[in-house]
Structure formats: structure tokens, C-alpha cells
Design a protein. Structure first.
Length: 202
């Protein structure tokens, strides 16, 4: 299998296919909101699930996020992609829930497998279920910020700039987090005897 450099962020796309939809939502078009929901709900769910570790809570965050989008669509300035802007709202909702529960729910194998099922990406074609599970076991040992970076690169295929906007940090901080995450994953995967590190071109 050829190397899949999925831990390296892509360049941001110049044209946002969701921009026109967002404009219609800003004009209170409920059909546009429904279409935007169909485009984004799985991404929001997978991202929220990564934080809260509970399907019901993650589904609630999807609803809350889209309600905020409906209320505040006119505030979208186009300074980021629509997806990045919406995931930023979802992140705030998820972190509010985590703070309410007074703990961070760690990334575990069950959540990781649900995320793989919910979010279509290069990850789905990477290898068999057991290979994904090996990777998830190692990811859960990373610090929370690094886990989030890996999710945004690995599942959402976002650019450094987009991740920085979502996390509210400089791009260099994202680069540092990804560097350390990749280095730790390479070590952990090597210790496990897995060949995932080679597959991911770590």
C-alpha cells in the first residue's frame, strides 16, 4: 500500500461549496438550513463525539450548533470556510459540555470506531478495522489538544489555518502540536508492532 500522508494538512481550497448555502441561510431560507444540516451534521457529530464521548450528548451538540448557525448566519464574514466556522461553534458547545461535566472524556476505542463510521474520509480506506483500532488506542494517549489536531487533520482534512481558527491559536502552535503528535504516534505505533506508522508515512 502506498503511503497516505493524511497527517499533513492540505492547502485551503479557494472556493467554498457551502458559501452559497450560508448566504441563503442568512436570508432565513429554511430549506437552505436543511441542506446545510445534511452536509454538516455527520462532521459536527464526529467532532463533538471526540470531545464528549457520548452519542446522545454529541447529537444534542449538533442541534445546538445548527441552531446557532441559524441565528447567526448573517455574522459569517467569509473569513474562513463555512465548515471551519461551523466546527468552531461546535467546539465551543462541546467544550461547554465538557466543563459542565467537569472533566475531559478521553478518546477511547469505542468512540474512535464510531467516529470512523460517522465520518467518511481517507481513514475509511486506510486499512482494516483492527488497524484503525490500533491507531485509536495510540491516539487516546495524546494530550487533548493534540488529539483534536489529529482529528481535524485526519478526519476533516483541514489546513493549518483552518485548524488555528477553530482552536483559537496561532498556526505555529498548530504546527507544534501536530509535530509532537506525529512523533508520539510514531513511537507508540512502533512499540505496538503495528505497521500503521509506515502506512501513514510517519
Amino acid at each position: 500500500m502506498s503511503g497516505v500522508a493524511i497527517l499533513f494538512p492540505r492547502e485551503a481550497m479557494p472556493v467554498d461549496p457551502l458559501a452559497a448555502l450560508m448566504g441563503r441561510v442568512a436570508d432565513a431560507d429554511q430549506r437552505a438550513l436543511a441542506e446545510l444540516y445534511s452536509q454538516m451534521n455527520r462532521k459536527i457529530f464526529a467532532f463533538a463525539l471526540r470531545h464528549v464521548g457520548d452519542r446522545d450528548l454529541a447529537e444534542g451538540i449538533v442541534v445546538e450548533t445548527m441552531f446557532e448557525v441559524w441565528k447567526n448566519a448573517s455574522r459569517f464574514s467569509g473569513g474562513s470556510s463555512v465548515s471551519t466556522w461551523i466546527l468552531g461553534i461546535a467546539r465551543h458547545k462541546a467544550l461547554d459540555e465538557v466543563r459542565r461535566r467537569a472533566r475531559f472524556v478521553p478518546y477511547d476505542e469505542a468512540v474512535g470506531m464510531e467516529m470512523a463510521d460517522e465520518c467518511g474520509s481517507a481513514f475509511d480506506g486506510l486499512a482494516a478495522r483492527e488497524t484503525r483500532l490500533q491507531l485509536n488506542v495510540c491516539i487516546k494517549r495524546l494530550p487533548a489538544e493534540q488529539q483534536e489536531c489529529i482529528h481535524l487533520v485526519f478526519y476533516e482534512e483541514l489546513s493549518l489555518a483552518e485548524i488555528a481558527q477553530i482552536q483559537g491559536v496561532p498556526e505555529n502552535t498548530v504546527k507544534t502540536r501536530l509535530f509532537h503528535a506525529r512523533r508520539k504516534l510514531k513511537i507508540l505505533l512502533g512499540r505496538s508492532g503495528s505497521n500503521v506508522a509506515q502506512i501513514l508515512s510517519l
